[in-house]
Design a protein around this ligand. Structure first.
Ligand code: NDP
Ligand code: 2IT
Length: 445
């Protein structure tokens, strides 16, 4: 790494102790940015990197609520408003017991560059809570969401900060959050949240957008090698929103997705995953993946195992950060892996990325490959602002254009900086330059 950047990195790491995931995300971006600073000394002069690594605002708050037995529960809520150079802060809310400031900051930091790559007018932010929705009743989830929003509402708005979903936050949670925002503010401000239901300001394709977008991006990578998803054997991790829709799209393009997972284990379905059954089990019944195996002949379930033990030509990690390490990457490469498209945020460890790149595997990093979700959120904001709603076909066309555009931007930036095919470099530089230019133009703030 460039020695000027090393000094800035060391300061950032020392100022943010104990935030391992944030450190990882920062280091990975800095490793790409040496050549940009050679060309643009004005970025160093204006301390763009130092400013980018310091969130514009960080909010941490208490979330009290009562469970169904009448017991008081206390959780911690977060919203990190990281960078607003390109638009209002935009990014999801994650409800998962592992959430702490370091996770929210890594996600918010990634979001800055991801959102810039979409070409839409959105800044970067992220939030969430250590609340665990698993096993909670609808009524408990509603009371939690209402309490969470009772503090969050004063910090957000369609021109300020626009949250959406992430792990543990889907349509149900966005509904409860929107209801409470509306009640407190007495405003039907559709553009304050995205991922809303279709009948009350949501956008068609938003539920599918992240998984679809990941597959579209990966298809663009495959095209550079003269191939496609058609006839490919694919493995997907996770079985939530991103995973299910990635499976659906990959199979629509002719692939066979033979495995997916949850945090308890994985299933292998050599005939190709039945998306209808998977949606029924996971989205309708909110049951565990094990249940899918129980209901379909010829499916095996491996408790506690790693889905990366299953060979495939294309791997789509769609669960969570650091779920695919160097050992798993090496195994996948030995099994004939051709491409990886990250549907999750930072699912591959730094070792894993190095293994993929060394082996010449096409590697699409999350901030490029999973940008379709937030891009479609921006399309939802556009529809809300114009009090319009678009057809599925039109919205999907826009999503496809955006993903093809992101692929082009990453690939052409990698070419321009002398490392063709390096999508990590292309995504980091492509996103960074856009934000840095806007920050320069807007002065020292
Ligand atoms: P969901 O909550 O719908 O699904 C998450 C899936 O990942 C579940 O199958 C879950 O299994 C699994 N998972 C979560 N945490 C862990 C863990 N610690 N270990 C193993 N498995 C785990 O979330 P999404 O599908 O929305 O999000 C998945 C990933 O995609 C995240 O990285 C998110 O940041 C990213 N993403 C999401 C976008 C969106 O629009 N929703 C947009 C862009 C990126 P289990 O049920 O057992 O916990
Ligand atoms: O990581 C992400 O990009 C998301 N969770 C989606 C954010 C959004 O605002 O739609």
């Amino acid at each position: 790494m460039d020695s000027r950047l090393e000094a800035i990195r060391d300061t950032v790491l020392a100022r943010n102790p104990g935030e391992a995931e944030f450190h990882q995300a920062v280091v990975e971006v800095f490793e790409s940015l040496g050549p940009v600073h050679d060309r643009h000394p004005e970025f160093l002069e204006a301390a763009i990197l130092e400013r980018l690594c310091e969130p514009e605002r960080q909010i941490i708050f208490r979330v009290p609520w009562t469970d169904d037995t009448g017991r008081v529960q206390i959780n911690r809520g977060f919203r990190v408003e990281f960078n607003s150079a390109l638009g209002p802060y935009k990014g999801g809310l994650r409800f998962h017991p592992s959430v702490y400031l370091g996770i929210v900051k890594f996600l918010g930091f990634e979001q800055i560059f991801k959102n810039a790559l979409t070409g839409m007018p959105i800044g970067g932010g992220k939030g969430g809570s250590d609340f665990d929705p698993r096993g909670r009743s609808d009524a408990e989830v509603m009371r939690f969401c209402q309490s969470f929003m009772t503090e969050l509402y004063r910090h957000i708005g369609e021109y300020t900060d626009v949250p959406a979903g992430d792990i543990g936050v889907g349509g149900r949670e966005i509904g409860y959050l929107f209801g409470q925002y509306k009640r407190i503010t007495n405003r039907y401000e559709s553009g304050v949240l995205t991922g809303k239901g279709i009948s009350w300001g949501g956008s068609l394709v938003r539920p599918e957008a992240t998984g679809f977008g990941t597959v579209i991006f990966t298809q663009e990578m495959l095209k550079t090698r003269g191939t496609s998803f058609d006839g490919k054997r694919v493995v997907v991790s996770g079985s939530g929103n991103v995973a299910i829709n990635a499976i659906a799209k990959a199979q629509a393009l002719g692939a066979t997705v033979v495995a997916c997972s949850d945090s308890s284990g994985y299933i292998v379905d050599e005939a190709g995953i039945d998306v209808g059954l998977l949606r029924q089990v996971k989205e309708v019944e909110r049951a565990r993946l094990k249940e899918y195996a129980a209901r379909r002949a010829g499916v095996s379930y491996v408790e506690g195992g790693s889905v990366w033990d299953v060979d495939a030509s294309v791997a789509l990690p769609c669960a969570t950060q650091n779920e695919l390490d160097g050992g798993a990457a090496a195994r996948l490469v030995r099994g004939g892996l051709l491409a990886v498209g990250e549907g999750a945020n930072m699912p591959s460890t730094r070792d894993a990325v190095a293994v993929f790149q060394e082996a010449g595997v096409l590697f699409g990093p999350g901030k490029a490959a999973n940008a379709g979700g937030v891009a479609t959120s921006a399309l939802e904001m556009q529809q809300n602002a114009s009090r319009d709603s678009w057809s599925f076909e039109h919205t999907e066309e826009r999503l496809t254009e955006i993903m093809v555009g992101i692929h082009h931007r990453c690939a052409s930036t990698a070419d321009e900086y002398g490392d063709p095919g390096n999508y990590v470099l292309g995504a980091n530089i492509g996103g960074f330059v856009k934000v840095a230019d806007a920050m320069l133009a807007q002065g020292l703030i």
